[in-house]
Design a protein around this ligand. Structure first.
Ligand code: DHK
Length: 146
């Protein structure tokens, strides 16, 4: 069975494509799911995309990844800037963790400039739109594929 990469998404990303398209673009989360699966397949990996608006649910998903997944790509959305619980959960995961932000958080309000998740993330891609997810998947392909 090929290795699984889980692509985790935090609050409001279910509205991707409809929500502030001038900031987040017009691609939907379903588009991101399809794009990630396509890149994963190039490396003999499988990908699953999950989203929740709830912090505890995201913590549960990360804990499940301990059993199911070889790597995590995470866009924690607003929880990037607030959640020690998500950081703590990621610290229990042994595989690579890649953080992605669609927008350039450093060009936005100062409360978005700090991400707790960056402390754990092996790499981060910021401000490249949804392409950031695919670049993260290529990186995981290099690290885990073959
Ligand atoms: C997405 C969000 O929903 C915001 O809360 C973050 C992030 C930025 C993004 O750029 O993908 O501040």
């Amino acid at each position: 069975m090929s290795k699984l990469v889980t692509v985790l998404n935090g609050p409001n990303l279910n509205l991707l494509g409809q929500r502030q398209p001038e900031i987040y673009g017009t691609a939907t989360l379903a588009d991101v799911e399809a794009g990630c699966a396509e890149v994963a397949a190039q490396y003999g990996l499988r990908s699953e995309l999950l989203q929740s608006n709830h912090e505890g649910v995201l913590v549960d998903m990360i804990q499940t990844c301990r059993e199911t997944s070889a790597g995590i790509i995470i866009n924690p959305a607003a929880y990037s800037h607030t959640s020690v619980a998500i950081l703590d959960a990621l610290n229990t995961f042994d595989g690579p963790v890649l953080e992605v932000h669609i927008s350039n958080i450093h060009h936005r309000e100062s409360f978005r400039h700090h991400s707790y998740v960056t402390q754990r993330a092996d790499s981060a891609i910021i401000g490249m739109g949804v392409e950031g997810y695919y670049l993260c998947m290529h990186r995981l392909g290099s690290l885990l594929g073959g």
